[in-house]
Design a protein around this ligand. Sequence first.
Ligand SMILES: Nc1ncnc2c1ncn2[C@@H]1O[C@H](COP(=O)(O)OP(=O)(O)OP(=O)(O)O)[C@@H](O)[C@H]1O
Ligand SMILES: [Mg+2]
Length: 244
Amino acid sequence: MSQRTATGVSLDIAGLTVGYGGEPVLHGVGLTLRPGEVVAVLGANGAGKTTLLRTLAGLVRPTAGSIELGGADILTLRTEDRARRGLALVPDGQSVVAELTVDENLRLGALWRHRGAARERAIAEIYDLFEPLARRRSSAGHQLSGGERQMLAIGRALVAEPALLAVDEPSLGLAPLIVGDVMTALRDAAASRGLTVLLAEQNVTSALSIADRGVVLSLGTVVADAPADLLASDADLRHAYLGF
Ligand SMILES: Nc1ncnc2c1ncn2[C@@H]1O[C@H](COP(=O)(O)OP(=O)(O)OP(=O)(O)O)[C@@H](O)[C@H]1O
Ligand SMILES: [Mg+2]
């Protein structure tokens, strides 16, 4: 288990239909990520971004569709088995353990994956990537700023060296300047590891600034899937679905 996952994996989602008992909230959603690609899932409140990420992690069961990670069907796997295959979800809300220090939070993230020297090396790599965390390694989670907490939430997922990182709304509740820092940190982490990243965001401009490609969800349907620079400059699409 202490083997290093060197590069990102592909993700193939097709025909995904998901609901919470009533009408579906995702309708036949399909998207493909190549290994090492950073893809932003964009869309307004209630578009289905979180539902897509939770379905990917195995927290919600789809009624139809397929999910393949690195070419292998993961749809029937439990959440923890998907994690063992290299899938990590960072939920929205900067979730860290408030009572534990930065260092302890990172250790918790690494616990199931690494031991001994490999664990120390994995944690040291996170401090190299996220310098603000290195400065605050002895501070408790509740003492951190929002941006630091978000970095810690991402760092805690990264320390287990996933092959695909799904991050839900990392910009939520952060000041614009800090959003930029968090996005840059995410981009650097992805680039240094060749990690595949699925980034759900309402903050279209910052998400597209680090993404290779963007997928726009509207009411649970994919309405656009295009290179990030094309999406950012498509005024009609932005007006219609992204509110600016
Ligand atoms: N646990 C749940 N039970 C019932 N309906 C839900 C549940 N979670 C989400 N929904 C509904 O599913 C739809 C999609 O919600 P989801 O949270 O996936 O959207 P989102 O794109 O992440 O929105 P936001 O940008 O506000 O986070 C919404 O209509 C929402 O009300
Ligand atoms: Mg959401």
